[in-house]
Design a protein around this ligand. Structure first.
Ligand code: 13P
Length: 242
């Protein structure tokens, strides 16, 4: 069965004090959240220890936003899977478009990170998606097919989440229409040899569009940026009416 995963990606937002304030507001709002969905918070590395303490004994899961492929070594600025596991991390975002766009992430480095994360017992959330130019040129399907083909070499599809994030819809308020997201996610699923992979949608998900997004049959959850920073709005998203 495909699991529904509602994940927040805090990106480079929130100090530890701000994270604690968020959780004090957010966790009580998730006490009655149906157990048919998993809630995940993917927070900056410096927030992991604080958030982990708050989530102890709670059903909300901890996530990180990147992981290096080596177990350790001279890689200034990088974080290993063991370091994340020690903090109680379960999920890790890999290949987010911001990493691809600003930090030189390629399908090959994405693949290395995916394999390392899985080998160490983390569940990767692989992000794929097209730019506005690629969408306008009608190449969405090919772009994503290439990201999947190169990124998923030797990756175990049974321990993977995919997030379809059209780049033009990220942080723009320009949500991909629910039917279009549903269709593209269906195309992604058709390319996979294992059809039970959970595939999320990401890009301007808000309290006022979550119910429509989650009503789509191919969409197994969301990866939320801006709206995951506010306790009330992320709680409304987690408590979507399904
Ligand atoms: P927004 O929800 O702010 O558009 O960000 C989406 C995203 O990039 C999640 O990873």
């Amino acid at each position: 069965m495909r699991k529904v995963i509602i994940a927040g990606n805090w990106k480079m937002f929130k100090t530890q004090a701000e994270a604690a304030e968020f959780l004090q507001g957010f966790l009580p709002l998730t006490e009655a959240t149906p157990e048919d969905r998993e809630i995940v918070l993917c927070v900056p590395f410096t927030d992991l220890a604080t958030v982990s303490k708050f989530l102890h004994g709670n059903l909300v899961r901890l996530g990180a936003q990147n992981v290096h492929w080596e177990a350790d070594g001279a890689y200034t600025g990088e974080i290993s899977a063991a370091m994340l596991l020690e903090q109680g991390v379960r999920y890790v975002i890999i290949g987010h478009s911001e990493r691809r766009q600003y930090f030189g992430e390629t399908n090959q480095t994405v693949n290395l990170r995916l394999k390392a994360a899985q080998q160490q017992g983390l569940v990767p959330i692989l992000c794929v998606g097209e730019t506005k130019e690629q969408r306008d040129a009608g190449t969405t399907k090919q772009v994503i097919a290439e990201q999947l083909k190169a990124g998923l070499v030797d990756v175990d599809l049974k321990k993977l989440v995919i997030a379809y994030e059209p780049i033009w819809a990220i942080g723009t308020g320009d949500t991909c229409a629910a039917e279009e997201a549903n269709r593209t996610i269906g195309e992604i699923r058709a390319q996979l040899t294992n059809s039970t992979v959970s595939i999320q949608y990401g890009g301007s998900v808000k309290p006022d569009n979550i119910d429509e997004i989650m009503a789509q049959p191919e969409i197994d959850g969301v990866l939320v940026g801006g709206a995951s920073l506010d306790a009330q709005s992320f709680a409304r998203i987690a408590n979507y009416q399904g």
